[in-house]
Design a protein around this ligand. Structure first.
Ligand SMILES: N[C@@H](CCC[C@H](N)C(=O)O)C(=O)O
Length: 277
């Protein structure tokens, strides 16, 4: 079986195309292949499948074997793969996701290859029970949460997958490894959660570090960057267009007032191809 390794700002994926459906043991396969010591190593295993509703379908399995509803960096990688590998010659495509519907993608092609990708990530979900959290409120903004005697305040946003955004003094040096795993499995989050620690630098620029559900600390998270921008607007901290700066690089995020959709623009890169026994 052939695979291709791609990444979006260092959030890396093993991409498999050409299959009709997910294998039955895809959770075990993801755990084995994503292992950085005994496998290929990646944050997730991504399948590009045929779709009845869109040009392509994407499924993403986290490195712990759990399936995610959506992945912003993976959708950029999938978009680059299908164009660069000539599965399409269109620079405007649609990709079906498990939890965020069909997404419209614009490809920026330079010298015959996709350099950056702009994705319509759809409308954010803000109703507390729908994110899901255990808080039954229309919006969960700056809500208290206690972990090991420390109180944080979070804003809940679903981009198809669940996120909680927490503002801290210094996101870049924040101790992700201590607080991330505890918040990920907090009882307030029935399907677990992706945790973003953010520091707003000015109305157009935010530092963010992420602890991902099912994958731990990653260099970047596309849906997490979208959730951070939405949260920052809800908290009155940034404008509706801003750069979210991650460990692996920057994403440009817009939350459009007219259609309520969030748009994400960023790069995707292919690293290598290989064959699995
Ligand atoms: N890295 C991703 C999100 C991947 C899924 C996430 N870990 C989850 O379980 O929801 C992104 O770029 O959005």
């Amino acid at each position: 079986m052939k695979f291709t390794k791609l990444h979006g700002l260092g959030n890396d994926f093993i991409v498999i195309a050409g299959e009709k459906e997910l294998p039955a043991d895809v959770d075990q396969l993801a755990i084995r292949l994503c292992n950085r010591f005994f496998g290929i190593g990646a944050d997730g295993l991504v399948y590009i499948l045929p779709s009845e509703k869109a040009d392509f379908k994407m499924r993403i399995i986290n490195s712990d074997g759990s399936e995610a509803e959506q992945c912003g960096n993976a959708i950029r990688c999938v978009s680059k793969y299908v164009y660069d590998h000539k599965l399409t010659n269109s620079t405007e495509i649609t990709v079906e996701t498990l939890g965020a519907g069909v997404q419209k993608v614009q490809l920026n092609v330079q010298e015959g290859k996709v350099a950056t990708v702009r994705v319509d990530m759809g409308q954010p979900i803000l109703q507390g029970l729908e994110v899901p959290t255990t808080v039954d409120e229309a919006k969960v903004i700056n809500h208290p949460i206690e972990v090991d005697g420390r109180e944080f305040r979070f804003t809940a946003v679903s981009m198809g997958n669940p996120h909680c955004v927490i503002y801290v003094d210094d996101a870049v040096n924040f101790d992700l490894a201590v607080w991330g795993p505890k918040l990920e499995v907090h009882p307030m989050f029935p399907r677990k959660i992706n945790v973003e620690f953010a520091t707003v630098k000015n109305r157009a620029f935010t530092d963010m570090r992420v602890w991902e559900r099912g994958a731990g600390p990653t260099l970047a998270c596309g849906t997490g960057a979208c959730a951070t921008l939405v949260s920052s607007v809800l908290n009155g901290l940034t404008d509706r267009q801003a750069t979210v700066s991650l460990k692996g690089g920057d994403l440009f995020i817009e939350w459009n007032e007219e259609d309520n959709h969030v748009y994400m623009t960023g790069p995707a890169e292919e690293v290598y191809q290989g064959t699995l026994d």
